[in-house]
Ligand binder design. Structure first.
Ligand SMILES: NC(=O)c1ccc[n+]([C@@H]2O[C@H](COP(=O)([O-])OP(=O)(O)OC[C@H]3O[C@@H](n4cnc5c(N)ncnc54)[C@H](OP(=O)(O)O)[C@@H]3O)[C@@H](O)[C@H]2O)c1
Length: 256
């Protein structure tokens, strides 16, 4: 039987990217591609891996153009990529562009998305009947503009706006943005080794709770809040900036 859908997962060596690929590789009639920048030592059967640094627009184009699109009805891009940086004084570490956003954080969150989404959309000049779903991730904290990770929040707000605009302007493009609580990824465990992870989401929970919307978005742009109910997470949780700063420092350094 012909495969009619393509799922491209960037950040495929990350725990979240891997969890999406584990899920989609088991689904019928879907061809799965994982974008990586370093060797995948434990490849998932049925996934084709393409190697490029997502910050290198030319290299990304070369890789995406290798994906055959003949007879494909839909392409889903899942983009779980985007650096978090703690900013203890509320100011960006490196800001040569002067936009108030740390340059690395912006590039990692916004440019990587452009580089891959743009090429996928360009491919529709030759294959105009393909519909596209774009999925990306931010934090539940983004609407509160917490100053201690302002570059991350600002980048994610720009990403949301771009995805909303794309789904409004481009025909047959849907966007889904996931607002996540903390997720048990090895990256996050390394960043906050002293955190209590009892209520954190697992990557598999994120996948389980998002695939229905990604596969059948009810609107051209939608957002999903994903978290496990925690007694700590009340309406004021992200508003108490001083307490958040102390908590993050404790979780990162164990109070040292
Ligand atoms: N984990 C959380 O608690 C949490 C909470 C809220 C939102 N999120 C969002 O969820 C997404 C994934 O987070 P995560 O914690 O799963 O991160 P992660 O484990 O660090 O995964 C990120 C993936 O992106 C890849 N990547 C980063 N920059 C790249 C580049 N320039 N070129 C190619 N690949 C690149 C990484 O590759 P390498 O393996 O080579 O580094 C890795 O595979 C991010 O958008 C993040 O903002 C996470």
């Amino acid at each position: 039987m012909k495969k009619q859908k393509i799922v491209i997962v960037s950040g495929a060596t990350g725990d979240l990217g891997r969890a999406y690929l584990e899920y989609y590789a088991k689904q019928p009639n879907i061809s799965c591609y994982g974008l990586i920048r370093r060797e995948e030592r434990n490849p998932i059967s049925g996934v084709e891996y393409l190697t490029s640094d997502l910050e290198d627009a030319v290299a990304v184009r070369e890789q995406i153009q290798k994906i055959p699109l003949k007879d494909i009805a839909e392409v889903i891009l899942i983009h779980p990529v985007g650096k978090f940086k703690f900013e203890p004084n509320g100011i960006p570490e490196v800001d040569k562009t002067g936009d108030g956003i740390d340059d690395d954080v912006f590039t990692s969150n916004v440019d990587t998305f452009h580089n891959i989404a743009r090429v996928i959309l360009e491919q529709r000049e030759e294959h105009p009947n393909i519909s596209v779903t774009l999925a990306a991730f931010g934090s539940l904290s983004d609407p509160y503009e917490v100053p201690w990770w302002g570059s991350y929040t600002k980048s994610k707000l720009i990403l949301r706006k771009e995805m909303r605009d794309l789904s409004r302007i481009e025909p047959a493009v849907n966007s889904v943005f996931m607002n996540l609580s903390s997720v048990k990824t090895s990256k996050e465990n390394k960043t906050r080794p002293y955190a209590d992870t009892k209520y954190w989401l697992s990557p598999e929970e994120v996948v389980e709770r998002s695939v229905r919307t990604i596969e059948n978005p009810q609107q051209s742009y939608s957002e999903l809040d994903l978290y496990n109910p925690s007694p700590e997470y009340t309406g004021s949780y992200y508003k108490n900036f001083e307490e958040l700063r102390r908590k993050w420092l404790r979780e990162m350094n164990g109070g040292k």
